[in-house]
Design a protein around this ligand. Sequence first.
Ligand SMILES: [Zn+2]
Length: 312
Amino acid sequence: MRKLLFVGLIVLVGLSLLEAQTTRNARHVVPTGKGWGMEVPHDIAPPIVITGNGINYHGGPVIKGTMKAYFIWYGNWTNGPHASDSQTTVNLLSSLFGSSGLNGSNYYRINTTYGDNSGNVSGNIVLAGSTTDSYSQGTGLSDSRVQSVVSSAISSGRLPKDTSAIYFVLTSSDVRETSGFCTRYCGWHTRASISGSDIKFSFVGNSDRCSSACEAQTVSPNGDSGADGMASVMAHEAEETDTDPDLNAWYDSGGAENADKCAWKFGPTTGTIGSGGYNQTLAGHNWLIQMNWENSRGGGCDKVLGGTFYTR
Ligand SMILES: [Zn+2]
């Protein structure tokens, strides 16, 4: 398999800032004009945070306590053009974010090595609600239309407003994201002021739209390449949102957030990648989910908190 290069990609879209998981063959893009990186104000106490592990703290908050996840199933998740545009995918990804999935797992607790001045990330994440959106913004979504999807779900009361949550806009395979889904990224997260509150949200499209760019394998552990591909991207965006919700907390000198530093790196697997290999068992299913950067012991990518560091 070709050598894969993955790093964080900061994409400037209008005035909004977002952080993306690059596609598998993406060019290394070094962020420029990092004027958005907040300096720690001099008049507050130094952060009680752990540094020196290959990722830097920039003074902003992390999400503490259980981070709630909300899913917005956009498009056609009943019988879209790919087999994975299906209830099977909805069920699989809902289980991954259910209470026995990522939540409190030794994998997701890698995020507990990140904190801010008042505490650390909890390592807990639970799906707290979901809704559907049948193409209210059409089949071609700009970043601002993705935000509109989130905004309307909240303003209509279909989802509660929660500043400690991540709202996922999950698009079926017939939906384009015009700023670069499948060509530059497989997902991204950002924040915006919605209904007067600081709301964090993420776009992740059905990876079956572009399996060579956004899936590690098409023969996958759950026999649903779209769900299995999205699982790793969604975990990536969730852990970045937990540790860098406002894009001013944790990222390295190249602009890479924690999950960016381990994107498309899986460590040892049970079975072979390409033939349904997996490296995590959560919620009664096997998954191939990228490792995450642990902010301790010098820093490195591992599969579980305190586990062995792997470079690929
Ligand atoms: Zn990322």
